[in-house]
Design a protein around this ligand. Structure first.
Ligand SMILES: Cc1cc2nc3c(=O)[nH]c(=O)nc-3n(C[C@H](O)[C@H](O)[C@H](O)COP(=O)(O)OP(=O)(O)OC[C@H]3O[C@@H](n4cnc5c(N)ncnc54)[C@H](O)[C@@H]3O)c2cc1C
Length: 490
């Protein structure tokens, strides 16, 4: 093929939106062809049930952050909308594509099938596709016998540094060819309540965490308001690859060598390892996107109740901590672990709704949506793995324990602001006298609980314990333990 442009290597960016420790990029730059960085905002993915505008906004912020650093290299990312193969077809008309470089993705079925189609396409066009690992996740494992060791070795490989060559495709060429594509509109919407995307932001969160925020990590981890400061808040940056897990693990080790070796740091480090562990589980059992990992639970039929679902999504169930958490999530894109577990527990147990009916709504709200954590965690909270202790969170007890003064709950439910702390988590206990004093009428200012939490907890618990004893659940539990348990070596 004759082209007026030089042959190119394409770095296909996905959930690896960074320039540091980017193996696909480094390999492409070492290929001695000119390198084009490409991001495709795929239409089918944008329309998928688990994707939302806030994710796209975060992606654009991440791309802008990369572009700001790429100015020095006199290049920029070609960010387009459309379907992947059509975009590549167009690029192939313009360039001689010598190779495509990307990272493996452990994603939803849609991205898996897209990868299969892309594999067929590159093969048919005799284009080489080089894929690299960016997480401690290994394809094709049958069990976890060696996973811990593989993970450790991967995390201790040297950080990949961009080679000092001049192989980036010149910006002027990118600007000339861009007329052939539907460019991604890079306007972003700033919302002060939602984290901003990009590696620069990721590094800011990382620095402030180790500067002092980590000191309260363990003490505040379950508190809905305080955890927002003392947890790392790195999750969206990890999910979109603004920072690599290897960078984080190596940084934690440096901090430990400096003497920061308290319980909090070690607890944080364990969670980083859980990230890979859960994604590995999903990699090995991707049907979890649709069905419970333990087939013994497939017999549970939970009738959909749209009134319940609607009330839960809107934060109007009449259970303050659940409602505050849902409203906070919708507005900020973030909840700490305990509140995520609590809202799912309420949905699947107290409202007795199938976990599949809350999955997409939550994924759209979580800025850090990571399929490999999301689906396994939801199923764990739903008590449908057979290998984890069944936990049905009591929202009132959790409220009193983790939001004792009602600060978080009142912040997100202004209707409850006038109530004293003792009533915030159980406003239905208000006496007629107090109704007058606080000018608050239950059922008028704030809903009466849509379910009796004691009765619904008992029903869910008895049903799930009964099912757990069944041979199919037991056999599946053994299989899951054999396939997915690993020895945690430090
Ligand atoms: C129902 C449910 C859904 C969840 N969905 C997601 C999701 O889509 N994306 C996501 O990143 N986390 C998810 N989590 C896990 C956890 O709640 C978040 O990772 C954490 O709250 C993010 O805050 P942080 O970055 O401050 O975490 P930190 O406590 O500072 O932890 C650091 C990192 O470790 C990892 N991590 C922390 N907790 C867990 C965990 N329990 N399992 C696996 N990895 C963990 C994350 O990458 C996190 O960013 C989910 C939890 C539940 C109960």
């Amino acid at each position: 093929m004759h082209s007026k442009y030089p042959p190119i290597s394409i770095v296909w960016l996905k959930r690896d939106l960074r320039l540091e420790d980017h193996e696909a990029l480094c390999s492409a730059l070492n290929s001695n062809n000119k390198v084009l960085l490409l991001y495709v905002a795929e239409n089918t993915l944008k329309k998928s049930s688990h994707f939302s505008e806030r994710h796209l906004n975060f992606i654009k912020e991440s791309l802008k952050d990369m572009n700001a650093k790429l100015i020095l290299k006199n290049t920029e990312i070609l960010a387009v909308e459309g379907e992947l193969i059509s975009v590549f077809e167009e690029l192939k008309k313009i360039f001689f594509i010598k190779g495509v470089y990307s990272h493996f993705e452990t994603g939803i079925r849609l991205t898996f099938e897209r990868d299969l189609d892309f594999k067929k396409w590159v093969t048919s066009k005799q284009i080489k596709w080089f894929e690299y690992r960016q997480q401690g996740v290994f394809r094709g494992l049958k069990n976890r016998d060696n996973w811990s060791e593989l993970w450790r070795k991967f995390m201790h490989q040297p950080i990949k540094i961009i080679p000092r060559n001049d192989n980036f495709l010149n910006k002027s060429i990118i600007s000339k060819i861009s007329t052939k594509f539907k460019l991604l509109n890079m306007n972003t919407r700033f919302n002060s309540k939602i984290q901003i995307g990009g590696s620069s932001q990721a590094n800011r969160y990382l620095e402030t965490f180790f500067k002092g925020r980590y000191l309260n990590y363990q003490n505040h981890i379950s508190k809905p308001d305080l955890s927002r400061k003392s947890c790392s808040r790195l999750s969206p940056y990890i999910s979109y690859g603004n920072i690599s897990m290897r960078q984080l693990i190596q940084r934690v080790e440096k901090e430990k060598n400096k003497g920061k070796n308290g319980f909090g740091i070690r607890a944080f480090e364990s969670r980083l390892r859980w990230q890979s562990h859960f994604i590995q589980k999903f990699e090995m059992e991707s049907s979890m996107e649709f069905q419970s990992i333990n087939k013994g639970y497939h017999e549970i039929i939970k009738p959909l109740n749209y009134k319940y679902i609607d009330a839960w999504e809107k934060g109007k169930t009449g259970i303050p901590l659940v409602d505050a958490s849902m409203r906070c999530l919708v507005q900020t894109g973030y909840l700490n672990f305990r509140m995520r577990a609590l809202v799912v527990s309420f949905f699947v147990h107290h409202l007795w709704q199938p976990w599949q009916a809350c999955s997409a709504f939550l994924a759209k709200q979580f800025l850090d949506f990571e399929p490999g954590i999301h689906f396994p965690q939801i199923q764990m909270q739903a008590g449908e793995t057979g290998i984890n202790t069944l936990r049905i969170y009591n929202p009132v007890k959790n409220g009193l324990e983790h939001d004792p003064f009602g600060n978080f709950t009142k912040q997100w439910i202004p209707e409850l602001r006038e109530l004293p702390a003792k009533l915030v988590h159980s406003p239905w206990n208000i006496t007629p006298l107090e109704t007058g004093i606080y000018n608050f009428k239950i059922g008028y200012n704030y809903p009466i609980p849509i379910v009796d939490t004691e009765k619904s907890r008992k029903f869910a618990s008895e049903t799930l314990w009964r099912i757990q004893k069944k041979p199919t659940v037991q056999e599946e539990s053994k299989r899951i333990l054999k396939q997915h348990t690993f020895n945690e070596k430090r």
